[in-house]
Design a protein around this ligand. Structure first.
Ligand code: RIB
Length: 294
């Protein structure tokens, strides 16, 4: 089984700050580090580190070639990452002393993907393969429709959540990865509701899909029809939460694909993301399979 991550690749510019800058405030950072990121690329890295055969599709400028080099070093096939004559996506990230972050995105190559590029890429995949999507690129709805036509299974992490999500053919999704805010928004709630309420509402709204609700320090919850399961995080120091959700997504998909049951996959995903938050950076903080699988 092959996994295609059709998603974003970003250059992360990470500012270490005492606190996240407030409106109108100017603050200094203790350090500035350029590193590898993008929700798509991070999820591809997590899947590959977890031992899956992973293919990344997306678009970068020449300034982002270090991203494909790094992905290849983890075993990700990057043949479907196109290089165009423009800038790579970029994320300006503030990480505060508690490890919490605030992110501003510049879309760059992530929004330069052309509709005509989708079909030829998906033609390399077949029934039962998995496509993993987020919300940092263009044409996500077209990718979903083209993937379903080829009988691929669709995993969607609708992050960052915006109005584009509501225009997607969400009934085609087989597996949703959402945090409390995203999950609440998907069922029309204006603020984050209690996890169990949100999970139940998502299960009713998407009866054919598996729902994975990530809850930060409170771990993760799973729902499908009448089935419910939960996973707890591992108590490790929080250094940088950037990429924690991406790590969770990649490891959960990998653990299920390796034949693990839902509770086992939640435990693996929680362990992987707990390790990731105990280290600096996004893609580089994602642990290897030997650190995560028992
Ligand atoms: O999920 C973390 C990622 O979000 C960062 O790597 C940044 O690039 C943004 O896409």
């Amino acid at each position: 089984m092959k996994v295609l991550v059709f998603g974003s690749l970003n250059i992360d510019m990470v500012f270490s700050v005492d606190h996240i800058a407030a409106p109108g405030e100017t603050i200094s950072s203790a350090s500035l580090v350029k590193s590898a990121g993008g929700k798509g690329a991070n999820q591809a890295a997590a899947l590959a580190k977890a031992g899956m055969a992973v293919y990344m599709a997306g678009k970068i400028g020449k300034d982002g070639l270090f991203l494909t080099e790094l992905l290849r070093s983890y075993g990700v096939n990057t043949d479907h990452v196109k290089v165009y004559d423009g800038a790579t996506g970029q994320a300006i990230i503030q990480v505060d002393r508690e490890g919490q972050n605030s992110i501003v995105l510049f879309s760059g190559g992530n929004h330069a993907i052309e509709q005509g590029e989708i079909g030829p890429i998906l033609d390399n995949f077949e029934r039962g393969d998995i496509v993993v999507l987020q919300n940092e690129i263009v044409h996500t709805g077209k990718i979903m429709e083209a993937a379903k036509k080829r009988e691929l299974r669709i995993c969607l992490n609708p992050s960052p959540y915006d109005e584009k999500i509501e225009g997607l053919p969400l009934d085609l999704v087989d597996m949703f990865f959402v945090n409390e805010l995203e999950g609440s928004a998907l069922v029309g709630m204006t603020e984050a509701g209690p996890p169990e309420t949100v999970l139940n509402a998502l299960v009713s709204r998407f009866p054919g899909a598996e729902i994975i609700l990530t809850l930060g320090k409170r771990g993760g919850r799973y729902g499908r029809a009448a089935v419910r399961a939960g996973g707890e995080i591992v108590d490790l120091p929080v250094v940088d939460t950037t990429g924690a959700g991406d790590t969770f997504t990649g490891y959960f998909i990998a653990a299920r694909a390796r034949g693990g049951n839902v509770s086992g996959a939640l435990a693996i995903a929680c362990r992987a993301s707990s390790i990731a938050v105990s280290r600096k950076g996004a893609m580089e903080s994602i642990p290897l399979a030997m650190e995560v699988f028992p």
